[in-house]
Ligand binder design. Structure first.
Ligand code: ASN
Ligand code: ZN
Length: 296
């Protein structure tokens, strides 16, 4: 594994100043160390569980930029041709510094992995699948690191990075795969968690609202993954995670310019891969999960 951490020193210029390279000791900024360790945990997850060598499966350097801009409330993968991670420090109203949650780091780096596989267009159902797979693997990176089984995992994204503006009504997390729509309530800026868990609550949004709801309708495939993992039991990365990983790489989920992928195609691909990898019981478990969220 090869990592580099860059400090943007509150400017919005990428890359920032190189402050830590692979194998070097920590130099005192805890944010540098968090992102260095989190990138390492993500690399280790993909290598040990799915035998993938880094974001491009070709050993590429994982570059992380921290202290990006002034109190920026976001973290994101800068796509091709930059191919680097960027993390803001958070405003203290919505988020604290975005390197604080390993599942957020795993989520963002998974956007890089997806770019090198199906490269699912970031809008409507295709974008919601891009978001969902980023959440699934973000959560799995954390579960693997903590060796949590499906029952001990919290299935939440971003617990540690949520600012707590209201002590009486704690804000738990940014998203929940277990209970989409219940990650937070009465947030002073974000309001209530808008995620549906099933297709009867699918939000048909225009492109200018969250790219057609990519962070909203992702609750549906997120919950399908959760239900499949719970029914397999044990460690989620061993069966459900491997099936979803193979689906991410599958030719079945390669979009063409005329036909984007969608939830039904993701369901069909994961069901078929479940049978090929683990047999008919697995096929039934994955099929039941997608039918419980009303995709099939
Ligand atoms: N943090 C966000 C995400 O990874 C950035 C974005 O909206 N693309 O989904
Ligand atoms: Zn994302």
């Amino acid at each position: 594994m090869v990592r580099q951490v860059f400090d943007c020193e509150n400017r919005e210029i990428v890359p920032g100043r190189l402050v830590r390279s692979e194998g070097e000791d920590s130099k005192g900024d805890p944010v540098v160390d968090q992102v260095y360790d989190g990138a390492g945990d993500t690399w280790t997850y993909y290598k040990e569980v799915h035998r993938r060598n880094s974001i491009n499966d070709g050993g590429m350097i994982i570059k992380s930029n921290i202290h990006y801009g002034n109190r920026v409330d976001n973290a994101f993968w800068f796509p091709n041709p930059v191919k680097q991670m960027v993390y803001g420090d958070g405003s203290g109203t919505i988020f604290t510094n975005l390197t604080g949650s390993l599942d957020v780091i795993g989520h963002e780096l998974t956007h890089g992995v997806i770019e090198h596989e199906g490269n699912w267009v970031y809008e409507f159902q295709s974008g919601a699948l891009n978001e969902s797979f980023a959440d699934v693997f973000g959560s799995l990176v954390k579960q693997y690191k903590l060796k949590q089984d499906v029952n001990t995992a919290d299935w939440l994204i971003g617990v540690e990075v949520m600012a707590q503006p209201n002590e009486e009504k704690p804000i738990y997390a940014l998203r929940s795969l277990k209970e989409p729509g219940k990650a937070y309530q009465n947030h002073p800026v974000l309001g209530d968690d808008p995620q549906p868990a099933t297709m009867d609550n699918y939000k048909d949004l225009p492109i200018w609202e969250d790219n057609g709801g990519v962070h909203i309708n992702s609750g549906i495939p997120n919950h399908a993954f959760y239900l499949a993992a719970i029914n397999f039991g044990g460690y989620a990365w061993q069966k459900a995670g491997e099936i979803w990983y193979r689906a991410m790489r599958s030719s079945q989920l390669r979009p063409t310019s005329s036909t984007p992928i969608n939830f039904i195609k993701a369901a069909e691909a994961t069901i078929q891969i479940a049978r090929e990898l683990f047999g008919s019981d697995a096929e039934r478990i994955v099929g039941k999960a997608w039918s419980e969220v009303q995709v099939i």
